[in-house]
Design a binder for this molecule. Structure first.
Ligand code: BG6
Length: 483
């Protein structure tokens, strides 16, 4: 009998980032504007809802006007465009085996629909990959992480339009041809499920331009599924040994009570979350999705050729983010709390981060087991971590709360491996402090490395090691034996 008793020898320990949250240099060396460059920082006291996760035509017009004076932290990131050599050196010191990053599509094709790539953008990523490889750090590359070129929004209203598939395919083929000797692990769309939650974030879509925004977001999703399968096809032709992954924000729903109606609701909400991996891993739309479309009068344009390509090119591995679990109830009364992409009822058995995200390490073991049972494909945790406010005391950051969060999650991942799950890696989100995706704050920090920069971009931008730096280093050094 084969029993797994820990992390594999070649386990991919490391960290994960996204270009728009770290690079900065948003208009340098030929880069075009992307969806992220329009996202404004609104201080918490002035926020009226989740308005900075989506975008209206009116807001875009305002931002485009010459006299508009807003703050757009994703334009500046943490200056990684200039500091990548010293940052990667710190990742090497941590012992990283892998580093997840994304390519800012508009650095390569400034408008998205250009026919020729921007050489300066290509050269930048060449150098980033070379630096990583010089430390034996495997790049894990997301092709689209909430960074749709704004030209595609202007010309097509983003992924709603089928034409965008062709532009994405040209972009991905350019990537595979250029980096074929450097990158083995690829991911098409970050958290592909966001497109039905925030169409702008996931697909560069301005919903008020659509007569039927719900149908538009599902049509856009279909286009992304086709684009992802076509990218997988090209990858197999250009770099046969490379691996393609899908990426899901896994949002496990528990029933709020043992009332079968709550259990059923949780199952349905879970299916709604697993739709994305069902399609990308199994290569077809599940029956429950056909029912969902019919029940909601969503009529999509899907061709036989689309279905054939989705079937023929499923992903090789399943990568996902995991931060929290959620509750489902048919009578959703009671206190709610914040969460990654979605809010939830409060779970009385869990504590939460300062942003209300409920901390559920055992949920990670449950999720890993379920994904493995369902797909039997290698699993890759490509995001997990705690966003917290750090305090600098005499140049030190004592972030035991972060160590505790990570320690508990990694130990549940280890138990899942012992349960029999095939887990190939663990990448902590934001190993170096970066701009928050949902709030554009800098003060929501995930890193082992502190960046001296505040929500308004003030600070020396110097990097400091937190206590969690030495802790994670030890975890990697001992391949997860010392947690
Ligand atoms: C994931 C995203 O949803 O969560 C990341 O892929 C994001 O881009 C991360 O940063 C954490 O969310 P936030 O809002 O705390 O930055």
């Amino acid at each position: 009998m084969f029993i797994n008793n820990g992390f594999k020898e070649d386990f991919l320990w490391g960290g994960a980032t996204a270009a728009n949250q770290i690079e900065g240099a948003y208009n340098k060396d030929g880069k075009g504007m992307s969806s992220a460059d329009f996202v404004e920082f609104i201080p918490k006291s002035q926020r009226t809802g989740d308005h900075n996760m989506d975008m209206t035509s009116e807001h875009v017009q305002k931002v485009l006007s010459d006299d508009y004076d807003g703050r757009f932290p994703k334009r500046d990131g943490i200056d990684f465009y200039y500091t990548y050599k010293e940052d990667i050196k710190l990742f090497a010191e941590l012992g990283f085996k892998a580093f997840r990053m994304s390519i800012h599509w508009s650095r390569i094709f400034p408008n998205g629909y250009d026919l020729e790539p921007n050489e300066a953008g290509l050269a930048f990523y060449d150098d980033v990959f070379d630096t990583l490889l010089s430390y034996n750090i495997e790049p894990v590359v997301t092709l689209s992480h909430y960074e749709t070129p704004f030209g595609l929004t202007e010309k097509y209203n983003g992924w709603v339009n089928r034409e965008v598939i062709n532009h994405f395919v040209r972009y991905t083929e350019t990537m595979f041809n250029r980096y074929k000797d450097k990158v083995k692990y690829w991911i098409t769309f970050n958290e592909i499920n966001i497109i039905n939650i925030s169409p702008y974030t996931g697909g560069g879509i301005i919903s008020d331009k659509e007569d039927n925004p719900i149908t538009a977001s599902y049509q856009a999703l279909h286009h992304q599924f086709v684009a992802s399968a076509l990218a997988t096809k090209s990858l197999k032709q250009i770099i046969p040994h490379a691996q393609m992954g899908c990426m899901l924000a896994r949002m496990k729903h528990y029933p709020y009570t043992c009332n079968p109606e709550d259990v059923l609701k949780a199952q349905q909400e879970d299916q709604a979350n697993l739709l994305y991996t069902d399609v990308q891993a199994k290569g077809e739309y599940p029956n429950y999705y056909h029912k969902f479309l019919a029940d909601n009068n969503i009529d999509l344009e899907i061709t036989d050729a689309d279905l054939a390509i989705i079937k023929q090119y499923p992903v090789d591995y399943i990568s996902f983010s995991y931060y929290m679990s959620l509750l489902s109830s048919v009578t959703p009364e009671g206190e709610t709390t914040g969460g990654n992409l979605m809010n939830s009822l409060k779970n009385p058995y869990l504590t939460a981060s300062d942003w209300g995200w409920q901390i559920d390490p055992i949920g990670l073991r449950i999720v890993l087991n379920e994904l493995w049972d369902r797909y039997q494909k290698p699993l890759f945790i490509v995001e997990n971590g705690l966003g917290a406010k750090d305090v600098v005391e005499d140049g030190k950051i004592h972030d035991d709360y972060r160590i505790e969060y990570l320690q508990q999650h990694i130990s549940e991942a280890k138990k899942a491996i012992e349960d029999g799950v095939d887990l190939i890696g663990y990448l902590a989100w934001g190993p170096i402090d970066l701009i928050s995706m949902s709030t554009s704050e800098m003060s929501k920090r995930y890193g082992f490395i502190y960046v001296d920069q505040d929500d308004y971009g003030n600070g020396s931008k110097k990097r400091f090691k937190k206590d969690s730096f030495d802790w994670y280093k030890k975890v990697i050094e001992t391949n997860g034996h010392t947690l």
